[in-house]
Write a protein that binds this ligand. Structure first.
Ligand code: GLN
Length: 456
C-alpha cells in the first residue's frame, strides 16, 4: 500500500530520492512469514519505514542531498538502519533533504525541493522535509530523521507530524554522515506519539561504535506514552519559555500553542512561565559551532574517497589539489559553501577565541539556563517554529530569514536535551499545521512522550 501511495503522489510531493520497491517487498514477505509463524521480530515487524538520505544504507544510494555523493553506495549500514533490519521493518527508500542537512526548507537539496502535502506550493520544513512529507502524505507510516538544530521537529511542526530529537548520546550516530558531531541526533518521524515512542525505543540504546553513545538504559518511553495517553497530567509541572514567543511569532501559531497549554492545565498540569535569558543568543551560538564542525567534517569529500570526481578543464595532468578544487566547486551547493567559509573563518587562528571560543562559553550558559529551569519544572514548552510552512522560494535567497525559523529548536541541540514536536492544530490565518514543542532534561525523554501523548 505504501508503494502504491508513493507511485500515486510522490511525483507531486517528491519526498523520496530513491525508492527500493523490490527490497521492501522482499522484506515485507519475510515479515509476513514470521507473523504467520507467530514469531514477529519486534512490535514493528513488517511496518514499512522511510529513511533520511543522510544515514548509510548498505546497497542503497546515500547522497545527503548532495551532488558530491551522487552514485555513492555505502558498504555498511548505520547502526539505526541495522536495527530496523533486525526488527523486520521494510525500508521503502531514502528521503530528500537539504544538502548535508543544512537548511529549514529542503530547498537546498541538489535534487530539487520537496513539497508540503498540505499545500504543494509550500515548504515541508527542513532539513528532513522528505521524511516529514512522506509521513504526512501517507507514503510511509514511519520515517527516520536527524536533528542538528531542529531538522526533525520543525518539519514535524509544519507538516502536522510527530518528531523527536532524543537526548544527545541516546541514539547511535554511527553511520550518520556527520554535519555537526556535537549536535546531531537521529530520531523518529511519525503520525502518532505512541508510534514515535515505539520507534525511538527500537533505535535507541548504547552502541560501542559511537564514542558519544551513553552506556545507560533508555527510560521507559513507550510506557510513558501509554501513561500520557490516559490524559492524566496531575502533578506534572510545565514551564513556558518566556523568550520563545511574542512579537514576530505568527498569531495563529501562538493561539494554537495556548490552546494546547489549556488542555494540559485541564488535564491537571501546573503551568508557570520560566525565563531562559541566554536563549536569545542560541541562534548566533549555533551558527558558529555548527559551521565550525561542518567545515571540518566536509573536508573528507576530497574527490578521492567518495562519489563525484571532476577534472579541471584544460589541465593536461591536474594535481590532486586541482582535482579537489574542481570537484568541491562543482559538487557542493551555495549553502554548503557558505557554511564551510563561516566555519573555517571561525576556527582560524587569531579569530578562534573571539568566535568559536566565545560560542562555546555561551553554549555553557544555555545548558545552565536549562539546568536552572528544570529545578522547578519537569518539562519546558514553546511553539516548535515561529511560523507555519512558508511558500517555496520565499526565503531561499535570504539565509538569515531561513535561519530564524530554528529559533525555538536550537537550544535543545546546544544543551543535548531531548525534545518532541506534536501537532497543535491548524493556524487560523492559513489553515496550516502548527507544532507544540516539549523539552525535558537529558535522559528524561520519557517526559516528552508523557506530555506529548496527552495532547493527542
Ligand atoms: N535548519 C538548521 C540548519 O540549517 C538545522 C538543520 C538540522 O537540524 N540538520 O542548520
Amino acid at each position: 500500500a505504501s508503494l502504491d501511495r508513493i507511485a500515486a503522489v510522490d511525483g507531486a510531493v517528491h519526498a523520496f530520492l530513491h525508492v527500493d520497491a523490490e527490497g521492501a517487498l522482499a522484506q515485507a514477505a519475510a515479515a509476513d512469514e514470521r507473523r504467520a509463524a507467530g514469531q514477529p521480530a519486534s512490535a514493528l515487524d513488517g511496518v514499512p519505514i522511510a529513511v533520511k538520505d543522510v544515514l548509510a544504507t548498505r546497497g542503497l544510494p546515500t547522497t545527503c542531498g548532495s551532488k558530491i555523493l551522487e552514485g555513492w553506495v555505502p558498504p555498511y549500514d548505520a547502526t539505526v538502519v541495522a536495527k530496523l533490519r533486525e526488527a523486520g521493518l521494510p525500508i521503502l527508500g531514502k528521503t530528500n533533504m537539504d544538502e548535508f542537512a543544512m537548511g529549514s526548507s529542503t530547498e537546498h537539496s541538489a535534487y530539487g525541493p520537496t513539497h508540503n502535502p498540505w499545500d504543494l506550493t509550500r515548504i515541508p520544513g527542513g532539513s528532513g522535509g522528505g521524511s516529514a512529507a512522506a509521513v504526512a502524505a501517507f507514503e510511509a507510516p514511519l520515517a527516520l530523521g536527524t536533528d542538528t538544530g531542529g531538522s526533525i521537529r520543525q518539519p514535524g511542526a509544519v507538516t502536522g507530524t510527530v518528531g523527536t530529537k532524543p537526548t544527545y548520546g541516546g541514539v547511535s550516530r554511527y553511520g550518520l554522515v556527520a554535519m555537526a558531531n556535537s549536535l546531531d541526533q537521529v530520531g523518529p518521524v511519525t503520525r502518532t506519539v505512541l508510534d514515535a515512542a515505539l520507534l525511538h525505543e527500537l533505535i535507541g540504546g548504547h552502541d560501542p561504535l559511537d564514542s558519544t553513545s551513553i552506556a545507560q538504559p533508555l527510560p521507559g518511553i513507550v510506557d510513558a506514552a501509554r501513561q500520557g495517553a490516559t490524559g492524566d497530567m496531575s502533578g506534572v509541572r510545565i514551564g513556558v519559555i518566556t523568550e520563545l514567543g511574542g512579537d514576530g511569532w505568527q498569531a495563529g501559531v501562538q493561539d494554537r500553542f495556548r490552546e494546547s497549554l489549556d488542555l494540559l492545565v485541564k488535564a491537571g498540569a501546573d503551568v508557570v512561565e520560566v525565563s531562559c535569558p541566554s536563549f536569545v543568543h542560541a541562534l548566533a551560538t549555533y551558527y558558529l559551532v555548527m559551521p565550525a564542525e561542518a567545515s571540518s567534517n566536509l573536508a573528507k569529500f576530497d574527490a578521492m574517497r567518495y562519489g563525484l570526481r571532476v577534472l579541471p578543464e584544460g589541465v593536461a595532468s591536474p594535481s590532486a589539489e586541482e582535482v579537489m578544487k574542481a570537484t568541491r566547486a562543482a559538487g557542493f551547493g551555495d549553502e554548503v559553501k557558505r557554511r564551510i567559509m563561516i566555519g573555517t573563518y571561525a576556527l582560524s587562528s587569531g579569530y578562534y577565541d573571539a568566535y568559536y571560543g566565545q560560542a562555546q562559553k555561551v553554549r555553557t550558559l544555555i545548558s545552565r539556563d536549562f539546568a536552572a529551569a528544570f529545578e522547578s519544572v519537569d518539562v519546558l514548552v514553546s511553539p516548535t517554529a515561529p511560523t507555519t510552512a512558508f511558500p517555496i522560494g520565499e526565503k531561499v535567497d535570504d539565509p538569515l530569514a531561513m535561519y530564524l525559523n530554528d529559533l525555538a529548536t536550537i537550544p535543545a541541540n546546544l544543551a543535548g536535551v531531548p525534545g518532541i514536536s506534536v501537532p497543535s492544530g491548524l493556524a487560523s490565518e492559513d489553515g496550516l499545521p502548527a507544532g507544540f514543542q516539549i523539552l525535558a532534561p537529558a535522559l528524561a525523554d520519557d517526559r516528552c512522550y508523557r506530555v506529548g501523548a496527552a495532547l493527542e
